[in-house]
Design a protein around this ligand. Structure first.
Ligand SMILES: *Cc1c(COP(=O)(O)O)cnc(C)c1O
Length: 431
């Protein structure tokens, strides 16, 4: 399997090269040259297969011969070493809980898979790779945990001081070892700018082997297909499920569409967005108007120009009418998000996080006009990560999940720097 750049189909690389580079040199996103389909028997036998076997069969065509079977099986096993339960919420809806990984958000799967692939690919290199990443919250923790202890890889995470939740901050600052956290006196945009500057700095390029672990990397994007197969394995209703995905950069939902293209039965996809409504408007009007990102309660989805949407268009040969047969998108306001958290908790005894609440309400909206259908919303984070939003809404404290309690006793280890690029450069050169 080769991957081409969406900016220039003539640029072709292997899975290994795409993983190491992240983005093509022409700044295009990599896309697989073929969409593999899975045989009918695979779907017939799905209920009797282990999750590990399902994940292995799904991802194998994408890694091609860059990873030997044993290695890929090990990577997959370690990637999905936790639960993905499908929990009934209302008579017609289920929550696919993707927050049972080490950092309590769905990004764990992509980060764990990518870290292990990269670790394998750089084995035997004489200088370590430095993964540089800016985070607004969830990415940092998932990347830190995923890469922790991976030989030959150092990780440097930039996060905006005072702008991530305390749980998120502890997750990315308490590991030590090959993980360094830089607390930037600035915004998330400052962090991103500094990282971008580093990638084009010739002095750094000479001294360090720099790469990124952001969500456009194929090794973070493609394993997200697993969720959809795990959901279907637990699906007992007659008709194929409607699946609602809380969406920001549209990587997760794009992986869902890949799973569907591989043959997975899905009735319809819903891209659930917050007030950042670029895609809902695009699907409604056919016009792509990019805007400035607006801050919301579901802040992991505060994205104005979803970077993976070009991949979705590519999957549908840029045919909007074809795409609209499979995908609908709704924009949900913060007020609606709050009302949904309250409703699910008081009427159904289910506590969603703000992202899951957006996913649920978008699903409900679709089901209202499609009676008889049933659906799944992806619950992308544990509510404890957003306790400052959720606790005032329900008027109660959220019980601490077992993985958070030990974090609270740990000491934050971060280095404070200003938002000047020179500070980041000095730090990287001194390492
Ligand atoms: C990153 C994130 C999202 C958005 O996922 P995309 O793949 O960027 O669309 C949704 N919910 C949570 C909790 C996240 O951390």
């Amino acid at each position: 399997m080769l991957y081409y750049s969406l900016n220039n189909p003539a640029t072709r690389v292997t899975f290994k090269e795409a993983t190491i580079q992240g983005q093509a040199p022409d700044k295009g996103l990599y896309f697989p040259e073929k969409i593999p389909t899975l045989p009918k028997e695979f779907f017939k036998n799905l209920s009797s297969l282990s999750r590990e076997e399902i994940a292995y069969q799904v991802i194998r065509p994408f890694t091609g011969d860059t990873l030997p079977e044993e290695e890929l099986r090990r990577i997959v096993r370690e990637t999905i070493a936790f639960d993905f339960p499908l929990v009934p919420v209302t008579p017609d809806t289920w929550s696919l809980e993707l927050f049972h990984g080490p950092t309590l958000a769905f990004k764990d799967v992509g980060a764990r898979f990518m870290s292990r692939c990269l670790g394998y690919f750089v084995r035997g290199n004489n200088r370590p790779v430095t993964v540089l990443v800016a985070t607004s919250g969830d990415t940092g923790g998932a990347v830190a945990s995923g890469f922790y202890g991976v030989e030959g890889v150092n990780v440097v995470i930039l996060y905006p001081s005072g702008k991530v939740s305390s749980v998120q901050e502890l997750q990315l600052t308490t590991l030590g070892k090959n993980i360094s956290a830089l607390e930037v006196d600035g915004s998330f945009d400052d962090c991103q700018r500094m990282v971008k500057d580093a990638f084009v700095d010739p002095t750094l390029q000479q001294k360090l082997f720099l790469t990124s672990a952001n969500s456009i990397n194929v090794a973070r994007w493609l394993p997200q297909q697993f969720y959809y197969f795990f959901a279907y394995q637990q699906w007992a209703a007659q008709s194929a499920p409607i699946i609602s995905v809380p969406s920001g950069n549209f990587g997760n939902i794009c992986a869902g569409l890949m799973a569907w293209a591989a043959g997975l039965p899905v009735g319809h996809f819903i891209a659930a967005c917050n007030a950042n409504d670029t895609i809902p408007l695009f699907l409604a009007t056919g016009e792509f108007k990019s805007k400035v990102a607006r801050p919301t309660l579901s802040n992991a989805m505060d994205v104005a120009n979803p970077s993976n949407f070009v991949r979705i268009l590519e999957l549908f040969n840029k045919q909007l009418p074809e795409l609209k047969k499979v995908l609908t998108s709704y924009s949900i306001t913060d007020d609606e998000t709050v009302a949904t958290i309250k409703k699910l908790y008081t009427q159904y005894n289910y506590l969603p996080d703000p992202h899951g609440a957006v996913g649920y309400l978008a699903l409900e909206r679709y089901l209202d006009t499609h009676p008889g259908e049933k659906g799944i919303f992806l619950e992308t984070a544990h509510p404890i990560k957003f306790y400052d939003t959720v606790e005032p809404v329900i008027g109660e404290k959220i019980a601490l999940p077992p993985s958070v309690a030990p974090l609270l006793g740990k000491k934050k280890q971060s280095q404070k720097i200003t938002a000047r690029y020179e500070d980041l450069k000095d730090f990287l050169l001194s390492k």
